[in-house]
Design a protein around this ligand. Sequence first.
Ligand code: ATP
Ligand code: MG
Length: 314
Amino acid sequence: MNESVVLKNLNIKAGEKHLVRELSLNIQEGEIFGLVGESGSGKTLTAKSIINVLPEGLSYTAGEMRIAGRDILKIPKNEKRIHIGKNAGYIPQNTVFYLHPMIKIKNQIADGYMYHMKKSKREALIRASAFLERVGFDNPKNILNFYPWQLSGGMRQRVNIAMALMNDPKVIIADEPTTALDSTVQRQVMELFKEINEELSISILLISHDLGLVRHYSRGLAVMYAGKVVESGRTEEIFKNPKHPYTQLLMKIIPSLKMRKNEPLAEIPGYVQDEERDAEGCLFIKRCPHATDVCAKFAKEHNSDGHYYRCNLE
Ligand SMILES: Nc1ncnc2c1ncn2[C@@H]1O[C@H](COP(=O)(O)OP(=O)(O)OP(=O)(O)O)[C@@H](O)[C@H]1O
Ligand SMILES: [Mg+2]
């Protein structure tokens, strides 16, 4: 099977300090892949490195970063931007604030398509109407003339999804796409992602605090802790046989699991530290019920049949 995104050994740094370390991911064509972890674990920075919009002062290196079949580390800068723009749709975190509230939808939804696909505004708006209809608006032409402030959170998220679809992407990276929505709307938006995934065969990197949601929607899954993937594989397999103590603890606290923004999980004492990400040992050591002396020095990597985890427990 082909992959729509492959990351190998991604390291993101602020100066000399690691924020994300040795991260590898494989997102298969046409699958929903969940990336979960507490606040500060590095989910957003990982997404931003894929689409090449890391904040100033941060940099990344990787062994490979393949999007829709091409390693973007190996293509010229201007081509890289176009390749990413065409193939990866992005729905950033806090999308409620993403669309400019005072600029009409029609003046925001079309730009990327006109730029990347070299199309006229008229062509872009015809396409935008079709996608607005696809994401559930009965009156797409009216929506184009609305200002974002006139729309509810769920409606704005539908507009963002339509916008992400404009360039016919192979993958959509959705960073906490339902966090700001109430639970009924959350479900509707997730069902829409599922339809898009199934009907248009677009892969989705679903970034979420919510392991319950990821369990329901994703086929593959990676759990991040303090900048590293501690466990990854097929969602079903991980839920059947979680290996890393952090994953096990996260699972225990579902369904109460609605990880709060910027708050450590009360159920797992301790917090995701920003410091010490350069340490060679396991970063979960201070919160782990099974930690031993050896965990301060290194964490063993295991990989069998695509089920990966990084822990000294067998
Ligand atoms: N511009 C920056 N400069 C320095 N450090 C940063 C910067 N942006 C993020 N960080 C640090 O990198 C780490 C990972 O941040 P990131 O935003 O990727 O976390 P996240 O997993 O998306 O968290 P959340 O669930 O809160 O969105 C955090 O510890 C954060 O403090
Ligand atoms: Mg984030």
